[in-house]
Design a protein around this ligand. Sequence first.
Ligand code: IPD
Ligand code: CA
Ligand code: CA
Length: 268
Amino acid sequence: MENKNRNISLEKLCEEVKKIARSTGDYLKREQAALMKNDIELKGTRNYVTYIDKEAETRLVEGLKKVLPDAGFLTEEATVAFEEKEFTWIIDPLDGTTNYVHGDSPFSVSIALMKGKETLLGVVFDPVSDQMYCATGKGEAFLNDAPLLVSSHATLENAYIGFGIPYSLDAKGETILKNAMKQFRRCSFRIKGSAALELCYVAAGVSDSYFHPGLSPWDVAAGAFILQCAGGKCTDFTGGGNYIFGREMVATNGLIHQEIMKSIIQGN
Ligand code: IPD
Ligand code: CA
Ligand code: CA
């Protein structure tokens, strides 16, 4: 990758991003222990934020500006204004805030780099379990240093499926959750509470699928890329490619994608 200020390979860039994610994740982990009730604010019902989300984001932005000075940012806490640039960092400084404010886990730092509509790299770090997920291209997805591969489970029967409930649940989202409920006797469902990590769990072959209405680009950009590099599939609810900005995510190992679409998303 080249830009005005730096000429750097994606792999080297990824190493730098991992260092930044790790130091920010370690900050999150330390601060969780000291978090007081008064530190917690609500953006809306069930939707928490703390000074820690904002401080973590500031640290990420400062670090990432040093490695790629020309890039713009799209961040959850908007501590930096979005500007149209050739390269854009899409970051969620703390994914899993609800878990975090309740002294629970998992939670993660999520960072993706996009060039226009193409994702170039993804890093998701879970500081509690010390799991660093990253990817820089097809077949190049890793958990710490081990290559990632999706599961080979090919049917809904006995599948292990992650999902989540958005802060603003609309009628379409509610219908999908009701469709999922009809499958409760056929497969196992889990809500882990960090979309970025839950996509990585599909990439790692832990889960067979993950679906979620109403997610934002910073929740999914890195995890979706990591999953695709590990051999998985992501689509929006129509089966199309608008899953980063379209607020609709269906992620699978590829083998059960059609069945998830039919039984859970379309409810047939
Ligand atoms: C949330 C988490 C959660 C998902 C929510 C997201 P946040 O992000 O990813 O798993 O269910 O819809 O908004 O608020 O913790 O950054
Ligand atoms: Ca998030
Ligand atoms: Ca967040």
